[in-house]
Write a protein that binds this ligand. Structure first.
Ligand code: AMP
Length: 278
């Protein structure tokens, strides 16, 4: 695996393959690589001729300085894991390099970016979209791979592709979980042993909620689970049933697919997760 910190060197290596009409897959990450990230790499390797991963902890998408300072940084281990998975290139730039020649855009995708994470992490999605847009301009992949775990982020990136990168194909990859159901996340490493035990309650609640027979039952069960999770010491930001298509709140009688979304704090760590209704 070749590691690049400069845009032009990476572009030089990729142009070589582009000239041979080879497809380029891209997996953006913030590092602290785990099996969830590696499943994206695996899907990209199965789909494309060459695969680029990026590791860039984007300061603009952190609305909280402590969260940014505490975010795990494990670059040597990350390189070993990506190499072991067969990834061809790692782009690991600094902030100045990513935002060099930045095309400044004011992002507004309406309600989609105002609900859930948009409400609880002001500026997060603007920061995320600005970096993903830059990374796509730099790498110009044919295919982009992102995780279902960050479903709202994926929905916004799909809009970004429709608006600015129409020729890039989008792939949503399922959430990889720990044996007890907890969604893998770089932030899990920050959980204390006690909080790690508590965190299991989140996927367990989601699994029970999506197994409810109808929307009305699901919505009333959400109230009960919110109370019981809170009583266990989890500080909930939201636990909601929303439509897949537009992330609007799902009401009895609504057609189409829905999923239950969770965000909240377990100890000092903020976790998110979601599960599709059966
Ligand atoms: P992050 O490094 O957390 O920004 O995540 C980088 C990419 O990996 C995003 O597209 C995430 O949705 C995806 N991802 C994170 N956790 C998981 C997981 N447990 N399973 C599958 N994909 C994941």
């Amino acid at each position: 695996m070749q590691v690049f910190t400069s845009n032009s060197h990476l572009q030089g290596a990729l142009d070589h393959y582009r000239l041979e009409s080879k497809s380029i897959g891209f997996v953006p990450t913030m590092g602290a690589i785990h099996q969830g990230h590696l499943s994206l790499i695996k899907k990209a390797l199965a789909t494309c001729d060459r695969v680029v991963a990026s590791i860039f902890i984007n300061p603009r998408q952190f609305n909280n300085a402590i969260d940014l300072a505490r975010y795990p940084r494990t670059i040597e281990r990350d390189i070993d894991l990506l190499k072991g998975a067969g990834c061809h290139y790692l782009y690991n730039p600094n902030e100045a390099e990513v935002f060099k020649n930045e095309e400044s855009i004011s992002w507004d995708f309406g309600e989609l970016m105002r609900v859930m994470e948009g409400e609880y992490r002001p500026g997060h999605f603007e920061g995320m979209l600005s970096v993903v847009h830059q990374l796509l301009l730099i790498i110009q992949p044919n295919d982009l791979f992102m995780g279902e775990k960050d479903f709202q982020q994926a929905a916004l990136v799909r809009q970004l592709l429709n608006m600015r990168h129409k020729n890039i194909r989008f792939h949503l990859v399922g959430t990889v979980r720990e044996p007890d159901g907890l969604a893998m996340s770089s932030r899990n490493a920050l959980l204390s042993p006690e909080d790690r035990v508590l965190a299991r309650l989140i996927p367990s609640a989601l699994m029970q909620l999506v197994a409810t027979p109808d929307i009305a039952t699901c919505v009333s069960a959400i109230d009960r689970f919110s109370q019981s999770l809170s009583a266990s010491g989890i500080k909930i930001d939201y636990l909601q049933l929303r439509r897949d298509a537009d992330l609007g709140e799902m009401k009895p009688g609504d057609l189409g697919h829905g999923r239950v979304f969770f965000a909240g704090h377990v100890g000092r760590v903020r976790l998110i997760d979601n599960l599709a209704r059966n």
